[in-house]
Design a binder for this molecule. Sequence first.
Ligand code: ADP
Ligand code: ASP
Ligand code: MG
Length: 422
Amino acid sequence: MKFGGTSVGSGQAFVRAAGTVAAEASTRPTAVVVSAMSGVTDTLLAAAQATLGATDRTKTGATLEGSLAELHRSLYDRHLQAAREAVGSELLPGVEAGICALLASLTGSLTGGLHACEEARTAEIVVHGERLSACILSAAIASRGIPAEVAEDPIATDSAFEEAEVEVEKTRVRCTSNVRSVLERGSVAVVAGFVGRDGEGRCTTLGRGGSDLSATVIGRGIGAAEVWILTDVSGVLDADPRLVGDAATLPVMSYREAHLFAGMGAKVLHHRTMEPAAAANLAVYVKNSFEPQKAGTLISSRECGAGVRSVALRRGLSLRRSDVPGEAFCVLGCGGDGVLSLVEAGEKSAGEVAAIVGIGSPTDRDLLSGLRSLLEAGIGHRWVGNTSSGVAFVVDAGDATDALRVLHASLLGRGAKIEVSA
Ligand code: ADP
Ligand code: ASP
Ligand code: MG
């Protein structure tokens, strides 16, 4: 069971998460992966940046001592407050000591100079967010009478500190010794998400949002039957709910669809979450941590039939035509005048176009129906056609959100279904 940042964002959220774990763990062995409390990863990354190379003053001109003290105080207050709400009185002193030890270790990482590179230093700093959560959640579970302990980092990776590659066989060995052993002695194993260890034992990270990937990597490593990803929405929705008001939960999805959807930027799943899941045939449930009894979305190997089932929006792209195939986000086609592709516009530019991609098993009818709905809504298109990810509609960047809503309605059959004659 993996809990994201909002799902452990407060004392009450830890109480809810611990209750959900306790209910499952009383029926079957359960390992838990936990993210940093919401916002903590951003705070730690900002602190890593501000203090890089600082001896007396940070990059913002504040004194180093003052900044470290302020960071320590705010993290201590937030985590101790959460622990007070979620942990029973007998276990609270141990959790407070654990929080203090982790904050001392954080200060050491922020001020210590011995790192292989900047990315290694950042990884060592940022993983403290997940470790603080694991310390509180294990005690919150134990406070419910279910034995629980924090497991040693089980994920073995290479040394790409910012977005490390998982080493599957070494991870399996570490999962057996660090996680299965805990389960076998009847305890819940609580693992800090997002964290890996390279061959020299140094901390690495799996990239932003990487706790989802931790969950399926560990699921595969311990031979789990199911992985639950508990988040702040009711499963995987058929479009980004922040942009499409009537986006609906998908009851089922195939690994292939979920992989494409996450790869196009559906934030609910880290883009590589499905790789271990598909390799080990894990049943992945994405559920709302506020309503875990509801089914949410079940992701499995089962394909779900014809038609578009979800609609993704990818911004920050440019259309390029070139003679020689280059680095492309998506190749749209090639003809006498060269290769037409979508490329990432790069950090400095917002991009001139956006792509809306209908994922599932789209047919030519979907292409025509989507095109008709854009025309009827008065939205111009720059390119429309089938790609390896799905049926793609490339529009001007300024039209992206309107086009997403129109295409969601027409491709998923919501609102007035637009019939297209043959
Ligand atoms: P967590 O902290 O649990 O990992 P995230 O914030 O990383 O949660 O991901 C959940 C968020 O992803 C949701 O709150 C929602 O706004 C956003 N999101 C974007 N696209 C989708 C989608 N297709 N389905 C569900 N949520 C989505
Ligand atoms: N805490 C990390 C992040 O914010 C990892 C995660 O939440 O999945 O990116
Ligand atoms: Mg996430």
